[in-house]
Design a protein. Structure first.
Length: 349
Protein backbone atom coordinates (compact mmCIF):
# COMPACT_ATOMS: atom_id res chain seq x y z
CA UNK A 1 0.00 0.00 0.00
CA UNK A 2 1.48 3.30 -1.00
CA UNK A 3 1.58 6.02 1.62
CA UNK A 4 0.38 9.44 0.55
CA UNK A 5 1.41 12.87 1.74
CA UNK A 6 -1.62 13.45 3.93
CA UNK A 7 -1.05 14.94 7.34
CA UNK A 8 -1.31 12.49 10.26
CA UNK A 9 -3.95 14.90 11.59
CA UNK A 10 -6.40 13.62 8.98
CA UNK A 11 -7.95 10.30 9.86
CA UNK A 12 -10.31 9.96 6.88
CA UNK A 13 -10.26 12.73 4.24
CA UNK A 14 -13.41 14.88 3.92
CA UNK A 15 -15.34 13.15 6.71
CA UNK A 16 -16.70 14.95 9.74
CA UNK A 17 -16.15 13.46 13.19
CA UNK A 18 -19.77 12.27 13.19
CA UNK A 19 -19.30 10.65 9.78
CA UNK A 20 -16.06 9.03 10.94
CA UNK A 21 -17.79 7.37 13.87
CA UNK A 22 -20.58 6.22 11.53
CA UNK A 23 -17.93 4.75 9.21
CA UNK A 24 -16.20 2.97 12.06
CA UNK A 25 -19.50 1.67 13.32
CA UNK A 26 -20.31 0.14 9.94
CA UNK A 27 -16.82 -1.32 9.64
CA UNK A 28 -16.86 -2.95 13.07
CA UNK A 29 -20.42 -4.17 13.20
CA UNK A 30 -21.64 -1.61 15.73
CA UNK A 31 -18.90 -1.86 18.38
CA UNK A 32 -19.20 0.56 21.31
CA UNK A 33 -17.79 3.89 20.15
CA UNK A 34 -16.39 4.87 23.50
CA UNK A 35 -14.21 1.79 23.53
CA UNK A 36 -12.93 2.09 19.98
CA UNK A 37 -9.76 4.12 20.61
CA UNK A 38 -8.47 1.32 22.84
CA UNK A 39 -8.22 -1.09 19.93
CA UNK A 40 -9.02 0.79 16.74
CA UNK A 41 -7.44 3.75 14.99
CA UNK A 42 -9.57 6.79 15.68
CA UNK A 43 -10.02 10.07 17.49
CA UNK A 44 -9.81 10.71 21.20
CA UNK A 45 -10.73 13.97 22.98
CA UNK A 46 -7.05 14.53 23.73
CA UNK A 47 -6.17 14.15 20.06
CA UNK A 48 -8.88 16.59 19.06
CA UNK A 49 -7.49 19.10 21.54
CA UNK A 50 -3.97 18.66 20.18
CA UNK A 51 -5.14 19.23 16.62
CA UNK A 52 -7.07 22.41 17.42
CA UNK A 53 -4.21 23.91 19.44
CA UNK A 54 -1.75 26.05 17.53
CA UNK A 55 1.85 24.93 17.88
CA UNK A 56 5.06 24.69 15.91
CA UNK A 57 6.04 21.09 15.13
CA UNK A 58 9.35 20.61 13.41
CA UNK A 59 10.69 17.55 15.24
CA UNK A 60 9.33 14.05 14.86
CA UNK A 61 10.48 10.99 16.74
CA UNK A 62 10.01 7.23 16.59
CA UNK A 63 9.07 5.13 19.62
CA UNK A 64 9.11 1.31 19.71
CA UNK A 65 7.54 -0.75 22.49
CA UNK A 66 7.53 2.23 24.84
CA UNK A 67 11.14 3.27 24.18
CA UNK A 68 12.02 6.45 22.29
CA UNK A 69 14.40 5.32 19.54
CA UNK A 70 15.43 8.42 17.59
CA UNK A 71 14.39 11.64 15.95
CA UNK A 72 13.58 11.13 12.26
CA UNK A 73 13.66 13.47 9.28
CA UNK A 74 10.08 12.93 8.09
CA UNK A 75 7.07 10.64 8.18
CA UNK A 76 4.50 9.64 5.59
CA UNK A 77 1.29 7.67 6.01
CA UNK A 78 -0.33 6.08 9.06
CA UNK A 79 -3.77 7.51 8.36
CA UNK A 80 -7.00 5.54 8.62
CA UNK A 81 -9.19 5.19 5.55
CA UNK A 82 -11.92 3.06 4.01
CA UNK A 83 -12.54 1.94 0.46
CA UNK A 84 -15.78 3.08 -1.19
CA UNK A 85 -18.22 0.19 -1.59
CA UNK A 86 -20.98 0.64 -4.20
CA UNK A 87 -24.49 -0.50 -3.26
CA UNK A 88 -26.95 -2.17 -5.60
CA UNK A 89 -28.60 0.41 -7.88
CA UNK A 90 -32.23 1.02 -7.00
CA UNK A 91 -35.23 2.36 -8.95
CA UNK A 92 -33.94 5.95 -8.64
CA UNK A 93 -30.90 4.95 -10.76
CA UNK A 94 -28.46 6.67 -8.36
CA UNK A 95 -25.29 4.93 -7.35
CA UNK A 96 -25.49 4.70 -3.57
CA UNK A 97 -22.27 4.10 -1.68
CA UNK A 98 -20.99 3.20 1.75
CA UNK A 99 -17.58 2.98 3.41
CA UNK A 100 -15.93 -0.42 3.59
CA UNK A 101 -13.75 -1.86 6.32
CA UNK A 102 -11.40 0.53 8.03
CA UNK A 103 -7.81 0.19 6.83
CA UNK A 104 -4.55 1.90 7.71
CA UNK A 105 -1.80 3.31 5.52
CA UNK A 106 1.77 2.11 5.77
CA UNK A 107 4.22 4.34 7.61
CA UNK A 108 7.30 5.34 5.59
CA UNK A 109 10.23 6.53 7.72
CA UNK A 110 13.78 7.56 6.71
CA UNK A 111 16.36 6.83 9.42
CA UNK A 112 19.97 7.99 9.32
CA UNK A 113 22.19 4.91 9.37
CA UNK A 114 24.29 6.31 12.20
CA UNK A 115 21.15 6.88 14.28
CA UNK A 116 19.81 3.31 14.29
CA UNK A 117 19.34 2.27 17.92
CA UNK A 118 20.05 -1.31 18.97
CA UNK A 119 16.36 -2.16 19.37
CA UNK A 120 15.60 -0.88 15.86
CA UNK A 121 18.59 -2.71 14.38
CA UNK A 122 17.38 -5.92 16.01
CA UNK A 123 13.88 -5.46 14.55
CA UNK A 124 15.36 -4.88 11.09
CA UNK A 125 17.39 -8.08 11.23
CA UNK A 126 14.45 -10.08 12.61
CA UNK A 127 12.52 -8.92 9.55
CA UNK A 128 15.35 -9.87 7.21
CA UNK A 129 15.72 -13.27 8.88
CA UNK A 130 13.19 -16.09 9.19
CA UNK A 131 11.53 -14.92 12.41
CA UNK A 132 9.97 -11.47 11.85
CA UNK A 133 8.12 -9.99 14.81
CA UNK A 134 5.39 -7.38 15.18
CA UNK A 135 5.73 -4.33 17.41
CA UNK A 136 3.73 -1.51 18.89
CA UNK A 137 5.07 2.01 18.67
CA UNK A 138 4.34 5.65 18.01
CA UNK A 139 5.28 8.61 15.88
CA UNK A 140 5.86 11.39 18.40
CA UNK A 141 5.46 15.06 17.45
CA UNK A 142 7.62 17.39 19.53
CA UNK A 143 7.51 21.13 20.11
CA UNK A 144 11.08 22.24 19.23
CA UNK A 145 10.91 25.17 21.62
CA UNK A 146 10.67 23.06 24.79
CA UNK A 147 10.88 19.46 23.49
CA UNK A 148 7.51 18.63 24.96
CA UNK A 149 5.42 16.01 23.22
CA UNK A 150 2.35 17.60 21.59
CA UNK A 151 0.64 14.59 20.00
CA UNK A 152 1.20 10.95 19.08
CA UNK A 153 0.25 8.68 16.21
CA UNK A 154 0.33 5.27 17.85
CA UNK A 155 0.53 2.05 15.82
CA UNK A 156 -0.19 -1.51 16.89
CA UNK A 157 0.86 -5.03 15.79
CA UNK A 158 3.01 -3.51 13.07
CA UNK A 159 5.22 -5.49 10.72
CA UNK A 160 8.38 -4.04 9.18
CA UNK A 161 7.67 -4.83 5.52
CA UNK A 162 10.38 -2.99 3.61
CA UNK A 163 13.98 -1.96 4.28
CA UNK A 164 15.73 0.19 1.67
CA UNK A 165 19.44 0.91 1.66
CA UNK A 166 19.68 4.19 -0.26
CA UNK A 167 22.12 4.51 -3.16
CA UNK A 168 25.83 5.07 -2.56
CA UNK A 169 28.00 7.12 -4.91
CA UNK A 170 31.62 8.20 -4.55
CA UNK A 171 30.75 11.55 -6.18
CA UNK A 172 27.89 12.46 -3.82
CA UNK A 173 28.47 13.29 -0.17
CA UNK A 174 25.28 12.83 1.84
CA UNK A 175 24.20 11.36 5.14
CA UNK A 176 23.52 7.69 4.49
CA UNK A 177 20.01 6.56 5.41
CA UNK A 178 17.69 3.60 5.46
CA UNK A 179 14.05 3.95 4.51
CA UNK A 180 11.69 1.75 6.52
CA UNK A 181 8.13 0.83 5.58
CA UNK A 182 5.99 -0.23 8.54
CA UNK A 183 2.61 -1.91 8.00
CA UNK A 184 0.40 -1.48 11.09
CA UNK A 185 -2.71 -3.47 11.93
CA UNK A 186 -4.21 -0.32 13.44
CA UNK A 187 -3.25 3.27 14.27
CA UNK A 188 -4.61 5.76 16.78
CA UNK A 189 -4.13 9.51 16.99
CA UNK A 190 -3.95 10.78 20.60
CA UNK A 191 -2.91 13.91 22.44
CA UNK A 192 0.24 14.60 24.41
CA UNK A 193 1.32 12.47 27.35
CA UNK A 194 3.13 15.54 28.68
CA UNK A 195 6.57 14.00 28.32
CA UNK A 196 9.64 16.20 27.91
CA UNK A 197 11.94 14.45 25.46
CA UNK A 198 15.70 14.75 25.19
CA UNK A 199 17.00 17.52 22.94
CA UNK A 200 20.31 15.69 22.50
CA UNK A 201 19.13 12.18 21.62
CA UNK A 202 21.22 10.92 18.74
CA UNK A 203 23.75 13.77 18.74
CA UNK A 204 26.52 11.33 19.68
CA UNK A 205 25.70 9.00 16.79
CA UNK A 206 28.28 8.16 14.16
CA UNK A 207 28.25 10.20 10.96
CA UNK A 208 27.77 7.70 8.11
CA UNK A 209 28.22 9.16 4.63
CA UNK A 210 27.13 7.75 1.29
CA UNK A 211 30.48 8.32 -0.45
CA UNK A 212 32.64 6.39 2.06
CA UNK A 213 31.98 2.76 1.18
CA UNK A 214 33.37 -0.39 -0.39
CA UNK A 215 31.61 -3.30 -2.04
CA UNK A 216 33.03 -6.78 -2.54
CA UNK A 217 31.80 -9.95 -4.19
CA UNK A 218 33.22 -13.23 -2.94
CA UNK A 219 36.04 -14.42 -5.19
CA UNK A 220 36.05 -11.19 -7.21
CA UNK A 221 37.59 -8.87 -4.64
CA UNK A 222 40.42 -7.71 -6.96
CA UNK A 223 37.83 -6.53 -9.50
CA UNK A 224 35.84 -4.56 -6.89
CA UNK A 225 38.41 -2.00 -5.80
CA UNK A 226 37.06 0.83 -7.97
CA UNK A 227 33.29 0.29 -7.77
CA UNK A 228 31.96 3.86 -7.89
CA UNK A 229 28.26 3.37 -7.31
CA UNK A 230 25.82 0.96 -5.71
CA UNK A 231 22.16 1.60 -6.49
CA UNK A 232 19.47 1.37 -3.81
CA UNK A 233 18.89 -2.13 -2.46
CA UNK A 234 15.40 -3.04 -1.22
CA UNK A 235 14.33 -5.99 0.91
CA UNK A 236 10.55 -6.53 1.03
CA UNK A 237 8.72 -8.78 3.45
CA UNK A 238 5.26 -9.38 2.03
CA UNK A 239 2.18 -9.44 4.25
CA UNK A 240 0.37 -12.72 3.76
CA UNK A 241 -2.82 -14.33 5.03
CA UNK A 242 -4.86 -11.13 5.37
CA UNK A 243 -8.20 -12.03 6.97
CA UNK A 244 -10.96 -10.26 8.83
CA UNK A 245 -11.02 -11.39 12.46
CA UNK A 246 -13.65 -10.98 15.15
CA UNK A 247 -12.46 -7.41 15.71
CA UNK A 248 -13.17 -6.71 12.01
CA UNK A 249 -9.64 -5.52 11.32
CA UNK A 250 -7.51 -6.59 8.39
CA UNK A 251 -5.14 -8.93 10.19
CA UNK A 252 -1.88 -10.08 8.63
CA UNK A 253 1.03 -12.48 8.95
CA UNK A 254 4.58 -12.17 7.60
CA UNK A 255 5.09 -13.56 4.12
CA UNK A 256 8.02 -14.13 1.77
CA UNK A 257 11.20 -12.02 1.88
CA UNK A 258 12.27 -10.76 -1.54
CA UNK A 259 15.39 -8.68 -2.22
CA UNK A 260 15.77 -6.36 -5.19
CA UNK A 261 18.40 -6.39 -7.92
CA UNK A 262 21.83 -5.23 -6.73
CA UNK A 263 23.32 -2.93 -9.39
CA UNK A 264 26.94 -1.76 -9.25
CA UNK A 265 28.98 0.52 -11.53
CA UNK A 266 32.71 0.00 -12.10
CA UNK A 267 35.41 0.71 -14.73
CA UNK A 268 35.29 -1.60 -17.74
CA UNK A 269 39.03 -2.13 -17.29
CA UNK A 270 38.30 -3.92 -13.98
CA UNK A 271 35.17 -5.76 -15.04
CA UNK A 272 36.65 -8.78 -16.84
CA UNK A 273 36.01 -11.19 -13.93
CA UNK A 274 32.35 -10.14 -13.86
CA UNK A 275 32.08 -10.83 -17.60
CA UNK A 276 33.61 -14.28 -17.07
CA UNK A 277 31.14 -14.90 -14.21
CA UNK A 278 28.25 -13.96 -16.54
CA UNK A 279 29.52 -16.26 -19.29
CA UNK A 280 29.90 -19.18 -16.87
CA UNK A 281 26.62 -18.75 -14.99
CA UNK A 282 24.22 -17.41 -17.62
CA UNK A 283 25.58 -18.25 -21.07
CA UNK A 284 27.22 -21.50 -20.03
CA UNK A 285 24.56 -22.45 -17.46
CA UNK A 286 27.17 -23.55 -14.94
CA UNK A 287 25.56 -24.60 -11.66
CA UNK A 288 26.66 -23.19 -8.31
CA UNK A 289 27.49 -19.75 -9.63
CA UNK A 290 26.01 -17.76 -6.72
CA UNK A 291 28.31 -15.76 -4.45
CA UNK A 292 28.19 -13.77 -1.23
CA UNK A 293 28.53 -9.99 -1.20
CA UNK A 294 29.50 -7.40 1.39
CA UNK A 295 28.67 -3.69 1.41
CA UNK A 296 30.60 -1.70 4.04
CA UNK A 297 30.40 1.93 5.15
CA UNK A 298 33.70 3.43 6.30
CA UNK A 299 34.67 6.36 8.48
CA UNK A 300 36.47 9.39 7.06
CA UNK A 301 39.83 7.60 7.21
CA UNK A 302 38.45 4.90 4.88
CA UNK A 303 39.92 2.30 7.23
CA UNK A 304 37.32 1.64 9.94
CA UNK A 305 34.02 -0.09 9.16
CA UNK A 306 31.04 1.61 10.87
CA UNK A 307 28.22 -0.47 9.34
CA UNK A 308 27.75 -3.24 6.80
CA UNK A 309 25.18 -5.26 4.88
CA UNK A 310 25.87 -8.91 4.16
CA UNK A 311 24.27 -10.08 0.91
CA UNK A 312 23.62 -13.75 0.29
CA UNK A 313 22.89 -15.66 -2.91
CA UNK A 314 24.15 -13.08 -5.42
CA UNK A 315 23.71 -14.26 -9.00
CA UNK A 316 24.80 -12.19 -12.00
CA UNK A 317 22.06 -11.55 -14.58
CA UNK A 318 23.28 -8.53 -16.60
CA UNK A 319 26.61 -7.15 -17.84
CA UNK A 320 26.22 -3.83 -19.70
CA UNK A 321 29.00 -1.47 -20.82
CA UNK A 322 27.67 2.09 -20.97
CA UNK A 323 27.31 3.38 -24.53
CA UNK A 324 29.83 5.86 -25.89
CA UNK A 325 28.35 9.22 -26.91
CA UNK A 326 29.32 12.88 -27.09
CA UNK A 327 28.95 13.36 -23.34
CA UNK A 328 31.13 10.35 -22.44
CA UNK A 329 33.77 10.60 -25.18
CA UNK A 330 37.24 10.74 -23.66
CA UNK A 331 36.05 9.41 -20.29
CA UNK A 332 37.02 5.95 -18.98
CA UNK A 333 34.52 3.30 -20.10
CA UNK A 334 32.27 2.01 -17.33
CA UNK A 335 30.10 -1.06 -16.88
CA UNK A 336 26.88 -1.76 -14.99
CA UNK A 337 26.48 -5.20 -13.44
CA UNK A 338 23.14 -6.51 -12.12
CA UNK A 339 22.89 -9.33 -9.60
CA UNK A 340 19.86 -10.89 -7.97
CA UNK A 341 20.04 -11.21 -4.19
CA UNK A 342 18.37 -13.70 -1.85
CA UNK A 343 19.24 -12.55 1.69
CA UNK A 344 20.38 -9.45 3.58
CA UNK A 345 21.68 -8.80 7.09
CA UNK A 346 22.54 -5.41 8.63
CA UNK A 347 25.39 -4.90 11.11
CA UNK A 348 26.08 -1.60 12.86
CA UNK A 349 29.40 -1.49 14.72
Amino acid sequence: MKADNSSPDRIVPDLSRRDLFRTVGLATGGAMLLGLPKFLGGWTPEAEAAITTSYVASRVGLELDGTFVAYIASIEGGNAFADIVPEAVGPDMIQRKRPGLVKFEDLVIPVGLGFVAESLSKWINETLATSPTSKNGAIVYVNPLNYQEVKRLEFFNAMLTEVTVLALDFTIKATQALTLRITPQTTRLVGSTGKILSSTLGTQAKSVLSNFFRFNVQGLEKACGRISKVDSIVARRSVAGAVVGQDKFMQSAPGVLDCSIVRITLPEADAGPFYAWFNDSVVGGKAGGERAGLLEWLDSTLKTVVASVQLGGLGIVRYAPNPINASTAGSPAIVEVDMYCETMNLTIV
